[in-house]
Design a binder for this molecule. Structure first.
Ligand SMILES: [Fe+2]
Ligand SMILES: [Fe+2]
Length: 264
């Protein structure tokens, strides 16, 4: 297989988690080798056709059991939740490159690299969980993470605003404090994994900002006003809640004015 969109359909159609990871790595390696093709005449499958494995069981956020980092079970539940975030992140990267056609080749290469990094994050967390005798799928997971993808299936600026520049950007706000907690617990393995993920995630949000500004320019939208409009439209409950990590968000392409607006 040499075509990006065929790889994407193979990824979505595959039910086995390990096979999904393998396909993602294979696609990225094909891209690095310069052998990947980026055009297709086949119609884009509707987002309703994207399915998730039978396990984990997906529950509404309020039905999710509470987890505390003070017990081994709580730590395992926390990493299971992170594994699910990373798993859905692989889907989100594949979906943005699959669904939105007619962009420069760099767009597809960028998000395929993100898909590969998300697959690495997932594999790291899964191995970490297995050391705690828990596998991905053993516990329930949050059902809402795919909602932003469904809401923005026909809206590329909306997708970029809601996924990298909202969901993933949230990781930049909360992960530094989590790393500090694991440092206090003396849990070096968890610190190393979360630090690696945070570093990559800054890059993902930065790409989100870059391509958001690119499509805004292409469509003659004023980017900051458009961002506010899209968050107003798609974010259930008004606006994302802070506190926001201004320093990391600025590295990732947010302006002070955007962060000020989020904060007020
Ligand atoms: Fe990730
Ligand atoms: Fe990410």
């Amino acid at each position: 297989m040499k075509n990006l969109f065929e790889f994407a359909e193979a990824f979505f159609g595959q039910v086995n988690v390990d096979e999904k990871l393998a396909l993602t790595h294979q696609a990225w390696q094909t891209c690095i080798a310069g052998e990947l093709t980026f055009t297709s005449d086949r119609p884009v499958l509707p987002i309703e056709r994207v399915t998730f494995p039978e396990k984990p069981e997906l529950l509404a956020p309020r039905q999710m059991p509470r987890r505390k980092l003070t017990t081994p079970d709580g730590i395992a539940a926390f990493f299971h939740a992170i594994a699910h975030v990373e798993f859905v992140a692989i889907y989100l990267a594949w979906d943005i490159l699959y669904r939105f056609r007619g962009m420069p080749e760099q767009f597809y290469q960028d998000w395929l690299r993100v898909a590969d990094e998300e697959a690495q994050h997932f594999a790291l967390i899964r191995t970490h969980l297995l050391a705690m005798q828990v596998d991905y799928g053993d516990l329930p997971a949050h059902s809402g993470l795919w909602d932003h993808a469904k809401d923005t299936a026909d809206d590329l600026p909306g997708r970029l605003a809601m996924v990298p520049r909202c969901m993933e950007a949230r990781g930049l706000d909360v992960t530094p404090a989590l790393i500090e907690k694991f440092k206090i617990l003396g849990d070096d393995a968890s610190v190393a994994i979360l630090t690696r993920i945070l570093t990559d995630e800054v890059g993902h949000v930065e790409l989100g900002s870059y391509w958001f500004k690119f499509v805004c320019q292409q469509r003659s939208f004023e980017a900051e006003a458009k961002y506010r409009e899209l968050i107003d439209r798609y974010y259930v409950g008004g606006k994302p809640k802070g506190p926001f990590n201004r320093e990391l968000r600025k590295v990732a392409g947010f302006s002070d004015a955007e962060i000020d607006w989020l904060e007020c």
